[in-house]
Design a protein around this ligand. Structure first.
Ligand SMILES: C[S@@+](CC[C@H](N)C(=O)[O-])C[C@H]1O[C@@H](n2cnc3c(N)ncnc32)[C@H](O)[C@@H]1O
Length: 295
């Protein structure tokens, strides 16, 4: 493991009084516009959370009340603020090796299967799409597994990962690939040494994914609710985990209709363990809970 200083950013927002509580009409406006733009369904119980998250936007924009914030969103200048609003509201919780059965399945079943099939047909490029990538823990977990597999077990393959999310804030963090030591607990110690540079000085306690791994990941902002997706390539595996849970059945159906053609025949769609495709039509066979194979 090499040792490097990183730029960790930072900054504070001191000296700003808390705004008055959001009124029912203001909350209803925010709830509706967030649903229209992202299908994130904010029930009444999310009011406190919305206020906590939005008060940070008010501070950043120097706006004293939620009414001012809403006026701003309604104005032409407010169009750009929508991204920040969705960013603040969306839940980006994630961690390395979350739902570890998916990664065991990737290394023990999917990779051997594809390498065997493609040894005969000659296509030696393995492509994964992490469709709700958040701050990067999911695609970097996949990257470590792919690199280890193609370096130590089966040679001669290239691989890459497309990483998308609606939130530009988390994508920027993912692209940096810097994680504090406590986020890296589930990573094997020898992989920590092999795949990360250790921070020094001000960056002590932080680790950065090595350049040669990071350059195999492409980060793009994408709203999964967009009418179509701006890429034509297909993927052997699509990870779309812990995002559908926010969507109603109709929206889940739309999403599955758009994702399915992008999964190669014989390829996999992996969703979160708390999610299911039970109520939507799809061309997949359930092979294990939350793991679907395209026939
Ligand atoms: C809970 S995180 C899941 C991260 C990772 N897939 C995992 O399972 O650990 C959910 C992510 O979905 C993203 N998201 C929410 N709505 C979205 C949408 N309409 N299009 C794309 N991403 C969305 C959020 O920004 C957030 O980063």
């Amino acid at each position: 493991m090499s040792a490097l200083p990183f730029n960790l950013g930072g900054g504070t927002n001191g000296g700003f009084a808390s705004p008055d509580p959001i009124t029912p009409a203001e909350y209803e406006f925010i709830r509706k516009i967030v649903y229209e733009q992202s299908r994130i369904n904010l029930g009444p119980s999310k009011k406190e959370l919305v206020m906590a998250r939005l008060s940070k936007r008010l501070r950043a924009l120097d706006l004293p009340t939620y009414a001012d914030y809403i006026s701003m969103i309604k104005s032409p200048a407010g169009r750009d603020e929508m991204t920040n609003l969705i960013d603040s509201i969306s839940t980006n919780h994630t961690y390395f090796f979350r739902e570890p059965q998916h990664f065991d399945f990737l290394s023990q079943v999917v990779l051997p299967e594809f390498c065997e099939t493609n040894a005969k047909h000659g296509t030696k490029n393995f492509r994964v799409w992490s469709a709700a990538t958040s701050s990067g823990e999911e695609p970097y977990t996949i990257a470590l597994i792919l690199d280890d597999y193609f370096e130590t077990r089966v040679k001669g393959w290239t691989w890459n990962i497309l990483c998308t999310d609606i939130s530009t804030r988390v994508l920027a963090k993912a692209q940096e690939g810097i994680f504090s030591k406590d986020r890296l607990g589930p990573v094997r110690p020898d992989w920590l040494i092999r795949y990360f540079d250790k921070g020094v000085g001000e960056s002590d306690g932080f680790f950065r994914v090595k350049d040669e791994i990071r350059k195999k990941l492409t980060f793009k902002s994408l709203n999964l609710l967009a009418p179509s997706y701006p890429f034509r390539e297909t993927f052997q595996v699509v990870f779309c985990r812990n995002v559908m849970i926010y969507f109603d059945r109709e929206t889940q159906q739309e999403l599955v209709n758009k994702i399915s053609p992008l999964v190669e025949p014989g390829g996999y769609l992996i969703i979160g363990h708390a999610e299911s495709l039970t109520n939507v039509k799809h061309p997949f066979k359930l092979v294990k809970p939350s793991i679907y194979r395209k026939e």
